[in-house]
Design a protein around this ligand. Structure first.
Ligand SMILES: [Ca+2]
Length: 474
């Protein structure tokens, strides 16, 4: 149907075109149909096309509507141009798109950067606060350190002052001791003179002044606080222990033979079974000395070389005094290093250390050999094997020189005798010191370990009630 319509229209149009060619180009089809009757000679055809109902698109092709080449070319050029522009636009669009993506990415990055910066800022803030705290803490510690340093300096200067005072006191004590020695000698001379004039049996046989009461006041400061000695006892004093050359000796007990004996074993062997004071003279020497002979303990024959029992005698003494001996033979005394040297030189001796605490417990330490080296070797201690129930607190001192406040022969940087307030065979410093301060009651409080102690028996801060050292030939 559509094809039929198309053919009919085409025919009509062709005819119209032919007519227009003859009559002029500007004559339309309408005019030609009107003039077909009026103009003879010209062939004209009129086709009647049955009217049909048109449906769909009607295409008309007229010569005027056909594009010419230039227009097409222009159009093409324009089209080309537009296409180029379009391409440009697309390119721009693409670029813009990538830019947008980039911008978005940048924005995203910027956001993350911002959050990161915020985080860092917060962190920084925290660190600043922390550092402030640290600075405050450091300031506090610094101030504490400063205070501590100041205190340490002050303590140090106080210590130096105390040391100076201590040194001054020590030298003063040394001088006083020398003075006392002189007084003792004078007293002994006076006594010996008075002894000749008076009846010995009526005189105070075993007693005379050891040293003057004034001297006592000066030198016994260390001991007095702890001493149980009564003023009467101080006044009467005990038996003198003068230098061995200071003869004649007095206050000897009545004996079968006048002596002197080599030692207390010799006294016992001579039939003297009573404990007491006897005159001794070691072999191969002219030294005369007095000692307490203990004849009731362990079959007797013991020469007592040291005794502490009431704190009545000051043992904080000089080298010379420890060498010659001091104290009261019927009380507290030290026999003397020189005497000990000569006595222990004549045979092999054993040493017995008898100890008693404040609860009345008795223990002992025995060493199967005991002797001293001469003064040239600082009366170095030579000790044998230990046995006993007190514990061995003396073997640590074996082969050690004797030290006093004025003669430091110990292994310690300071002077042990000054700290422990008595002469002893110090090492650095001691496991025992029976020549320290006699403290009442056992446990004592002191800056130094200066009591009368035997470390294996009650430790170093317990001052024993009674101690004695005695020797006997084996
Ligand atoms: Ca020393």
């Amino acid at each position: 149907m559509d094809s039929t319509l198309t053919i009919s229209l085409s025919l009509f149009l062709i005819l119209c075109v032919d007519t227009s060619k003859v009559g002029g180009q500007k004559e339309g089809a309408k005019q030609s149909s009107r003039s077909s009757d009026s103009k003879a000679g010209r062939c004209s055809y009129t086709f009647i096309v049955p009217q049909q109902k048109l449906s769909g698109a009607l295409c008309l092709n007229t010569p005027s509507s056909l594009p010419n080449g230039s227009e097409v070319a222009a159009l093409r050029a324009e089209l080309q141009q537009q296409q180029e522009q379009l391409e440009k636009l697309q390119l721009q669009l693409e670029q813009t798109g990538s830019l947008a993506i980039e911008v978005r990415a940048l924005r995203k990055e910027s956001n993350s950067m911002n959050s990161r910066i915020a985080q860092l800022y917060a962190q920084l803030l925290q660190e600043v606060i922390h550092k402030k705290d640290q600075a405050l803490e450091q300031q506090r510690v610094e101030s504490l350190l400063l205070n501590a340093t100041t205190q340490a300096l002050q303590v140090s200067s106080n210590y130096r002052e105390l040391e100076k005072k201590y040194g001054a006191l020590t030298s003063m004590m040394s001088l006083q001791n020398q003075f006392i020695s002189k007084l003792e000698k004078q007293c002994q001379c006076r006594d010996s003179r008075s002894q000749v004039m008076t009846d010995p049996t009526k005189s105070q046989l075993n007693e005379h002044h050891n040293y003057s009461s004034d001297a006592n006041k000066m030198t016994n400061d260390v001991q007095r606080d702890q001493s149980a000695a009564s003023p009467l006892q101080e006044k009467t004093g005990g038996v003198s222990l003068g230098a061995p050359t200071n003869t004649p000796f007095v206050n000897l007990p009545v004996t079968k033979s006048p002596g002197p004996w080599r030692d207390c074993q010799h006294v016992l062997d001579s039939g003297e079974t009573t404990s007491g004071i006897y005159l001794l003279r070691p072999l191969n020497t002219n030294l005369l000395l007095q000692a307490w002979c203990e004849q009731s303990r362990d079959l007797g024959g013991w020469t007592v070389i040291q005794r502490r029992q009431d704190g009545s005698v000051n043992f904080f003494r000089t080298w010379e005094q420890y060498k010659q001996g001091f104290g009261n033979l019927n009380g507290e005394y030290w026999l003397g290093l020189e005497h000990l040297y000569w006595v222990t030189k004549q045979a092999k001796y054993k040493l017995l250390v008898a100890l008693e605490d404040w609860q009345g417990r008795h223990v002992f330490a025995e060493y199967d050999s005991f002797h001293l080296e001469p003064e040239s070797d600082w009366y170095r201690l030579r000790l044998g094997q230990y046995h006993g129930n007190a514990g061995d607190s003396l073997s640590w001192h074996n082969n050690k020189a004797f030290t006093t406040l004025d003669r430091d022969k110990d292994s310690y940087t300071g002077n042990c005798a000054q700290y422990q307030k008595g002469g002893w065979w110090y090492h650095m410093c001691a496991h025992s010191n029976l020549n320290g301060v006699w403290y009442r009651g056992g446990h004592y409080r002191s800056i130094y370990q200066d009591g009368v102690y035997w470390a294996e028996f009650h430790g170093g801060s317990y001052s024993l009630k009674k101690v004695s050292m005695m020797i006997k030939p084996t």
